[in-house]
Design a protein around this ligand. Sequence first.
Ligand code: SAM
Length: 285
Amino acid sequence: MNEIERETQFILKKYNIKANKSLGQNFLISEEVVNKIVESSNITKKDLVIEIGPGLGTLTKELLDSANKVICVELDKRMVEILKDRFKLYSNFELLNQDILKTDLKNIIEKEKQSKEIENVKIVANLPYYITTPIIMKLLEEKLDLESITVMIQKEVADRLTAIPGEKNTGAITYSVYYYAEAKEIMEVPSYSFIPEPEVTSEVIQLKVRKELKVKTQNEKMMFKIIKNSFTQRRKTLLNALTNTKIFKEKNTGIEILKKLNISENARAEELTLEQFAQIADEIS
Ligand code: SAM
């Protein structure tokens, strides 16, 4: 048993608590993984780190030593009591007992960035898996002033998020992530690295948030609507999927638009690049 595992068992016993499955509580107990997450986040004393779901504070402890400030957002009151106790001597620790999906991150980041000491804001987390996608989409769609997002998620989702549009393993979410960020895989994490063990293999990924969006479109909303509708009917051709969902008013309009953009009438969603979806959106707009 390593030190992190001993410490985790000790805290769980001391406070007499069991992991709450419905809150996605799987506590990290691998030193190697904790070190890799912290090291790949490249944290300096000029960084504000926002940690989502700190749990018992395993990652938090390391983050507090490297960052200028760490703001943790944790929903479970029991964890909040433990964290307050554990880090009461740290002046750079702040804790919000909130649902991350309802947290006004834009406001928090704007306020913190007024301090001269903080240059970059980084998200680091071992995410609760039941809301992986909404959390990541919130972080990206709110166009927060973030440098990077380093998170542990299910491997299956990681594969989709780090895929390249037009290549294998893509879904609608691949295109959204690619629009806002550059994604890479950091390490695969077996289920025995947590207690309790999750039912799936995990992976740490990193999203470097783009300073400039990947493509330019006059109608971002329409572009994402097209992507979503094309992938909902991914077995159909793009032409049929977009005609069925009334994005192309008529099939003939669709044929004309695709012809103009040099896209085959038989193409399916996964064969398109993000630029091509942007072009379709612009044509429709
Ligand atoms: N960071 C800890 C670790 O690595 O051992 C715990 C990670 S655990 C996978 C996910 C954490 O997210 C839990 O502490 C859980 O209570 C918290 N959580 C679940 N839903 C949340 C939400 N909506 N907002 C904030 N935290 C949440």
